[in-house]
Write a protein that binds this ligand. Structure first.
Ligand code: SAM
Length: 333
């Protein structure tokens, strides 16, 4: 009776429903976007607090059930249901988002929300516990990753409450956690595409030193090509433009497929040609000049990042590093 793959696990514990609604801190003037209302357990509570609830639900049977549940109540006039896939739906204006979503769409949904304009006040989202832990991880935590760095660039995130699997019917195979996401505005004034280029590179081997990562031949070759393009354009800002916040959520595998030059696919060639000599450089696939290698090394040494590891760097440090590279015309595209 449940749609396979739609993550239809209905939240049965009214205390948790209440707690989610409380933590949303709703005002009577708020427009709430609810994603995946299902049979409406959360929706009915949200309608008590907010001016309006706009619910996006993919499953027509759930839409019918929800309509039936509010029909004839005073709340009916305050509920708008959009039937469709939230990832393919243009989102309306909202102040607060509340979502108990299928876990497969966690990452694309998070970044879709963070790209939404105008910026909303907060999103209260139920995620798979492990995903939630990765989202809120701080520098030095074992779960610190590109996901945490990019999310936290765009938003403040905090863990609100862990929800055991037995609070759902049918119970999923994993536990859940409710997370609060508050978009930062204004965003830090950086080029998101370059930011993500640096972050991807640094987190390919998050426990290696940046010195080691930037000695990689494929990395040097890739960066020198960017550098030459930027020089040729006679401009510090090379082509490529900015990225949308949504791109920061793109999965690593997708980007690896976009780049056949190897810079993004180093994960597959452990310990490759780092020690290759000049002969190797000349004949090898990845060409770069000695002068460029030195330029990169100097940036890392001067800024004190050569022996640092991505796993321990905070956002401000990544920003400093990016700015240091920009000073000498090195870009991440
Ligand atoms: N909010 C309800 C609750 O807490 O009991 C139901 C939550 S259930 C985990 C997820 C809901 O999201 C289901 O109703 C499912 O049909 C819906 N859903 C799944 N994928 C969706 C998508 N891509 N866009 C919109 N809704 C989706």
């Amino acid at each position: 009776e449940f749609f396979k793959g739609k993550g239809q696990h209905i939240l049965k514990n009214p205390l948790i429903v209440q707690s989610i609604v409380d933590k949303a801190g709703l005002k009577s003037t708020d427009v709430v976007l609810e994603i995946g209302p299902g049979t409406g357990n959360l929706t009915l509570q949200l309608l008590q607090k907010a001016k309006k609830v706009i619910a996006v639900e993919i499953d027509s049977r759930m839409v019918l059930e929800l309509q039936r549940r509010v029909q004839g109540t005073p709340q009916a006039a305050h509920l708008q249901i959009i039937q469709g896939d939230v990832l393919k739906t243009e989102l309306p204006y909202f102040d607060v988002c509340v979502a108990n979503i299928p876990y497969q769409i966690s990452s694309p949904l998070t970044f879709k929300l963070l790209a939404h304009r105008p910026t909303f006040r907060a999103a209260i989202i139920m995620f798979q516990h492990e995903f939630a832990m990765r989202l809120v991880a701080r520098a030095g935590d074992p779960l610190y990753s590109r996901l945490a760095v990019n999310t936290q660039l765009l938003a403040r995130v905090s863990h609100l409450l862990k929800v055991g699997r037995n609070n759902f019917r049918p119970p999923p195979r994993v536990d859940s956690s409710v997370v609060r996401i508050e978009p930062r505005h204004p965003l830090p004034p950086i080029n998101l595409r370059e930011w993500d280029g640096l972050i991807r590179l640094a987190f390919l081997r998050k426990n290696k030193t940046l010195g080691a990562i930037f000695r990689h031949h494929s990395t040097l070759a890739h960066l020198e090509r960017n550098y030459e393009v930027a020089q040729a354009l006679g401009d510090v800002r090379p082509a490529g433009g900015n990225a949308s916040a949504m791109d920061l959520g793109a999965e690593d595998a997708h980007m690896a497929a976009d780049d056949d030059d190897g810079v993004m696919s180093q994960a597959g060639d452990e310990g490759m040609d780092v020690d290759g000599g000049p002969a190797r450089k000349k004949g090898g696939k990845h060409k770069f000049s000695e002068g460029f290698r030195q330029k990169v090394t100097e940036v890392l040494q001067r800024s004190g990042f050569e022996d640092k590891r991505a796993a321990k760097l905070v956002q401000e440090e990544f920003m400093t590093l990016l700015a240091e590279f920009h000073k000498v015309g090195i870009h991440f595209l």
